[in-house]
Write a protein that binds this ligand. Structure first.
Ligand SMILES: C[S@@+](CC[C@H](N)C(=O)[O-])C[C@H]1O[C@@H](n2cnc3c(N)ncnc32)[C@H](O)[C@@H]1O
Length: 309
């Protein structure tokens, strides 16, 4: 039996904002998805819902804990942790607009000032007050061909791993040994392995569990044709990006969404596995069915797209 979706999320519009309300009373404002601004603040969609439902279903994960929400955006992940009883949440984002949304969202929900702090900085070098008990992250992860400017929320270098690598390099410093991380990712998959698996050597003595969110791995072709459709003026760079990825990682290159959990530190060297436990650990109904994967790829590409004015 899987976990039910208990979020009760509904979306409304209020002036220039999108407003998301949850069954437990949390209210979070974001920018609308297509705001013409490379610094727009991300609305709440599938990736966030998967993590939020796990927290709502298992509040002991956050109750009384010190939580770090890196790449915070609107603050949605840390805001849910505060709503569920976290002792303190530290939000970190490089975008001043995101920091304003996160602060306003904390105030809007009446969270006492002593329970949260918003830091405008890069995850690469921000100063932490204390290692966290729980780290939550939905970093920029969209593979982005060179020459496409993209958006702050989503562009993540040619292979999509620029920011998760940045995070893994600091992971052991940011998280207490007994703490754990929940990180949402989009990954190129070569030979059944998410590319980021090879960088887990940056993390000491933890078990890493990758939970696939798609029913099946999608062909890279969906993303290439998505870029060609949205960015025809960059067609040459898109084709070169596709060819370079295949030259580096093999012709049989796919794409999968995962939630990555890094469990508390133990005695064994870091190891990883792929576990088909989405329904049991996060909730039923969050899986992306095979038939939706072309549209999903188009949607991810659209995260990097600014409508012409
Ligand atoms: C995919 S969005 C996620 C936002 C939010 N956590 C959510 O789930 O809705 C990624 C966020 O990372 C921020 N970001 C990009 N580069 C960053 C960096 N070097 N350090 C900190 N934040 C960064 C962006 O401004 C954006 O708000």
């Amino acid at each position: 039996m899987g976990l039910a979706n208990i979020l009760g999320k509904v979306r409304a519009e209020a002036g220039e904002h999108w407003v998301f309300r949850f069954a437990n009373g949390l209210e979070v404002h974001t920018d609308p998805f297509m705001r013409r601004d490379t610094g727009r603040v991300l609305p709440i969609g599938g990736p966030q819902d998967v993590i939020l439902n796990r927290l709502a279903q298992k509040p002991d994960l956050v109750l009384g804990k010190h939580v770090l929400d890196v790449f915070a955006g609107s603050g949605i992940l840390g805001l849910m942790a505060l709503k569920l009883g976290a002792a303190h949440v530290e939000f970190v984002d490089i975008n001043p607009r995101a920091c304003e949304f996160a602060s306003e969202n904390c105030r809007r929900n009446g969270f006492a000032e002593g329970r949260w702090r918003v830091t405008r900085a890069s995850v690469e070098d921000f100063q932490i007050a204390r290692p966290a008990d729980l780290l939550l992250a939905n970093p920029p992860f969209v593979m982005t061909p060179a020459g496409i400017e993209g958006t702050l929320t989503s562009r993540a270098g040619a292979d999509g791993n620029a920011f998760v690598e940045m995070l893994l390099r600091r992971h052991d410093e940011l998280l207490a040994p007994a703490g754990e991380s929940i990180i949402y990712l989009l990954q190129l998959v070569a030979g059944g392995e998410p590319l980021i698996a090879r960088d887990l050597r940056l993390v000491r003595n933890r078990r890493a569990r990758f939970t696939p969110v798609q029913e099946v791995i999608a062909p890279l072709e969906h993303y290439t044709s998505g870029y060609l459709l949205r960015f025809p003026q960059h067609a040459e760079q898109v084709r070169k990006w596709d060819a370079d990825l295949r030259a580096r990682h093999g012709e049989d290159l796919g794409v999968q969404h995962y939630v990555l959990r890094l469990l508390p530190r133990g005695d064994e060297p870091t190891s990883w596995s792929v576990e088909n436990d989405l329904a049991v650990e996060f909730g039923e109904g969050f899986v992306y069915p095979a038939a939706s994967l072309r549209d999903l790829a188009l949607g991810r590409v659209a995260e990097n797209f600014i409508l012409p004015g």
